[in-house]
Design a binder for this molecule. Structure first.
Ligand SMILES: Cc1ncc(COP(=O)(O)O)c(C=O)c1O
Ligand SMILES: N[C@@H](CCCC[NH3+])C(=O)O
Length: 433
């Protein structure tokens, strides 16, 4: 199986976190998001231990909460002592509702509104990761109005192609994010920020892309960033205290995806960083990374009920499920890969090739193509889609007026509880007048 929290019972039922998915589908209904709480915590600890081992006390991972944002997840991050990355007032509000202390939060986004800046400062945001000069002006103005000095990092683009889906690559010069080192804009924003009386520049940030497996992307980004740090030290006498390398590593969606060892990978990045610092004669800054997908991705699974099975002789077969692109838009957006299983028939051979599709009025409403399921698949069977913990619920919509599914958390000892309740039909009209 693609992750160690997915197994099969003797009677051919798919188990997730040791629990019977068919039973969970019966109890909570479908579509249903499941989240394995123990796996989320394990992933946080793997990153925290790797950072401690390779960088020491000051370095730390921040959870990129865009990957999956709901109250319970921020409670878990608080308990696991993770920092967080937020990108909107909505994520901040949700974190506050969970009692999360915002002094450990980093506010990203390429376009923070004045209201975002005001709201987050009012609630004690720790850091802004400013994307451009206009944002520095806006933060300076709000900090001056409040009579405080606000900590910021600057998001720079190191000019690296991470070889991931084009739509989720972010570190190239031609990007809506950040100020490019190559064009001189990174230096301009640094010099400008250092002149601001109410803004304290604490360091630099970069992010090269998501679902990254390529060998040395983080190492290359780190070296480019450290060369910039050294250049700013030499030219302006400014030494960055923090260097944030952006998101985490890729996760396994299908058998052919590699299974990366975070400790080894962080160790490799640390070695490259130490070597660069020695060569450039600068101190080691505090190092951060912001994993999202690799904290929650494999901790998630979506369950659907199969409906229509359509066989078109000479063409292909379709298995329709009771959800689709509103709860998982990633195939429609990126052509993303997923592993689909028939949860109640795991002991039958999977010899029937089909496309698993949603119920929306849209041909592109596809969960996955070229799926192999048992030939007996039919109405009422439970289709499980693995590794849906990241960028599924957080990207979900109400397209075709479909209510969003609930999130049920699973814990060791067979415990399960609702973290986000299922949207009702009434919820759909809540804001209509
Ligand atoms: C600035 C930033 N940080 C962190 C992340 C999280 O990345 P990932 O989910 O790949 O770990 C992203 C998303 O790609 C991001 O844009
Ligand atoms: N939402 C994307 C990744 C973008 C992450 C944020 N920069 C995905 O599902 O893969």
């Amino acid at each position: 199986m693609i992750c160690d929290n997915i197994t099969v019972s003797e009677n051919g039922r798919l188990l997730f976190a040791g629990q019977d998915t068919v039973e969970l589908a019966r109890q909570y209904g479908t579509p249903l998001y499941l989240m394995d709480e123990d796996k989320i915590r394990e992933n946080c600890r793997v990153y925290a231990a790797a950072f401690q081992k390779h960088f020491g006390d000051r370095a730390r991972p921040l959870y990129a909460s865009k990957a999956n944002s709901f109250k319970r997840i921020y409670e878990i991050m608080k308990e696991e002592q993770m920092g967080i990355d937020v990108v909107s007032s909505g994520e901040i509000y949700t974190a506050l509702q969970a009692g999360y202390d915002l002094s450990r939060a980093y506010f990203h986004s390429n376009n923070k509104t004045d209201e975002d800046i005001r709201y987050s400062m009012e609630n004690g945001i720790g850091y802004f990761v400013a994307d451009n000069v206009e944002e520095i002006r806006a933060i300076e103005a709000e900090a001056a109005r409040r009579g405080v000095r606000q900590k910021v990092l600057l998001r720079l683009t190191p000019g690296i192609d991470p070889h991931t889906y084009e739509a989720i690559a972010t570190g190239k010069v031609d990007s809506k994010f950040g100020s490019a080192i190559e064009t001189g804009q990174a230096e301009e924003i640094t010099a400008f920020t250092l002149q601001q009386p109410h803004v304290e520049l604490v360091g630099f940030h970069c992010h090269v892309g998501s679902q990254v497996f390529a060998e040395d992307v983080f190492e290359r980004a780190a070296v480019i960033m450290l060369e910039f740090v050294a250049a700013m030290k030499n030219k302006y006498g400014y030494m960055a205290q923090q260097l944030d390398l952006g998101g985490g590593y890729g996760v396994r969606y299908v058998e052919s995806d590699p299974d990366l060892d975070v400790d080894t990978k962080v160790g490799e990045v640390a070695a490259a960083i130490r070597q660069a610092c020695a060569r450039l004669e600068i101190d080691l800054p505090e190092i951060h990374m912001e994993p999202g997908r690799s904290i929650v991705g494999a901790a998630g699974m979506t369950l659907y009920t199969a409906g229509t099975v359509k066989k078109i002789p000479g063409y292909k077969n379709y298995v329709s499920v009771d959800g689709g692109m509103p709860d998982n838009p990633r195939f429609a957006l990126y052509g993303a890969s997923y592993t689909c299983l028939l949860a109640n028939k795991m002991n039958e051979p999977a010899g029937f090739e089909c496309s698993v599709v949603g119920r929306c009025c849209e041909s592109g409403d596809i969960i996955q193509e070229h799926v192999m399921l048992p030939a007996s698949v039919g109405r009422g069977d439970i289709v499980a889609v693995c590794t849906t913990g990241a960028y599924n619920y957080s990207m979900a919509s109400n397209y075709n007026r479909l209510p969003r599914p609930p999130i049920v958390m699973l814990r060791g000892g067979g415990e399960h509880y609702v973290a986000v309740r299922r949207e009702s039909l009434e919820d759909l009209c809540r804001n209509d007048r």
